[in-house]
Design a protein around this ligand. Structure first.
Ligand SMILES: NC(=O)c1ccc[n+]([C@@H]2O[C@H](COP(=O)([O-])OP(=O)(O)OC[C@H]3O[C@@H](n4cnc5c(N)ncnc54)[C@H](O)[C@@H]3O)[C@@H](O)[C@H]2O)c1
Length: 313
């Protein structure tokens, strides 16, 4: 199958590209490298350095590659950035996304797979784990732009017959995540600081909980969505809330870190307790998470150890 992955040089998108290449598909990538890196891109995939806000360039890639499936990961993906500059967030996530949709509808694309968010859509959930029918009430412009794009997908399906599957991710962690980013990439930030024996600050009291999913499981959900889940919206998650203090302790053991955490002010707009019910994905996509938290954290610590020793060599 010919698959175009937007954002395929980024943290999650690059793992999706790897999984598609491994499964024998022909893959092209659109990425403007704002947060992505060229070295993340699988050597068997062709990188087009294109900004999705540029419709003509997006159309050119579609005309030359003629994808059958489009997997849309390119985005402004940081909550604080969306709060600071909601216009930029909407330009990339809504207007840029619409360019990808328009080009898809105008060509022979069979289906679009979209990476949405579960963590930023529901506000403080009424029930934990929340399912996909939970009321939508985003606390950030990022959550709103992701939800707006979900609505456009449904419209393009109704009006142009462009099929889609929406995957709402939990908090994703793993290799290639940017540990320098300001966003709450808790595993990447804690692990890299612990390896270097630097102080670690927990925002708030650390009892806030998240649904943490390893990026390898995310990649497999994107493989499942190639053949299944048309017209559906699915939580790609564990369904299990884990506290930030727990993550700190597990990482401290893996890195033999002995310092106590510092506690800072809690972050405005952060959800306190969330987990996402994944029953629908299990039933309809035939997908379920396979990488336990301990194993995922160990893989991630190994990766950051390697990265940090390379950087300091
Ligand atoms: N990381 C998470 O926990 C998480 C959770 C839910 C959803 N998501 C979604 O998954 C997707 C990937 O997120 P990520 O964490 O890998 O972030 P990332 O920043 O590593 O990946 C985004 C990619 O999009 C590219 N990009 C940004 N603006 C672009 C533009 N205008 N034109 C072309 N390319 C552009 C970036 O260079 C980068 O490679 C995003 O859509 C994000 O909203 C992530």
């Amino acid at each position: 199958m010919k698959i175009l992955v937007t954002g395929g040089a980024g943290f999650i998108g690059s793992h999706v590209v790897d999984a598609y290449v491994t499964a024998g598909h022909e893959v092209a990538v659109i990425d403007n490298l704002t947060t992505g890196r060229e070295e993340n891109v699988n050597p068997d995939a062709r990188l087009h350095r294109v900004d999705i806000r540029d419709l003509a360039q997006v159309q050119q890639v579609f005309a030359s590659f003629q994808p059958e499936v489009v997997n849309h990961h390119a985005a402004q993906s940081e909550v604080p950035k969306s709060v600071a500059d909601p216009g930029y967030d909407a330009h990339v996530n809504v207007v840029g996304g619409l360019n990808v949709l328009r080009a898809s509808a105008d060509s022979s694309v069979r289906k679009v797979i979209f990476s949405s968010t579960g963590g930023a859509l529901y506000g403080e959930p009424d029930l934990v784990p929340a399912d996909e029918d939970h009321p939508i009430r985003p606390l950030s412009p990022y959550g709103t732009s992701k939800f707006a794009f979900e609505q456009y997908l449904a419209t393009f399906d109704r009006t142009f017959g462009l099929r889609f599957t929406t995957l709402r991710y939990a908090n994703v962690y793993g290799a290639r995540q940017d540990f320098a980013a300001e966003e709450g990439r808790v595993v990447a930030i804690f692990a890299s600081r612990m390896i270097e024996n630097k102080p670690v600050t927990i925002d708030g009291d650390g009892n806030q909980s998240r649904d943490m999913l390893h990026v390898g499981d995310i990649a497999m959900a994107n493989v499942a969505a190639l053949e299944r889940g048309d017209g559906g919206t699915f939580h790609i998650s564990t369904g299990i809330p884990v506290t930030v203090n727990d993550i700190f302790r597990k990482l401290a053991i893996l890195t033999e870190y002995r310092l106590e955490p510092r506690f800072g002010p809690s972050r405005k707009g952060d959800v306190y307790r969330i987990a996402l019910d994944n029953t629908r994905a299990k039933m309809q996509l035939g997908w379920e998470p396979r990488i336990q938290l301990e194993e995922g954290l160990r893989l991630t610590v190994d990766y950051f150890r390697d990265q940090i020793s390379r950087l300091s060599a």
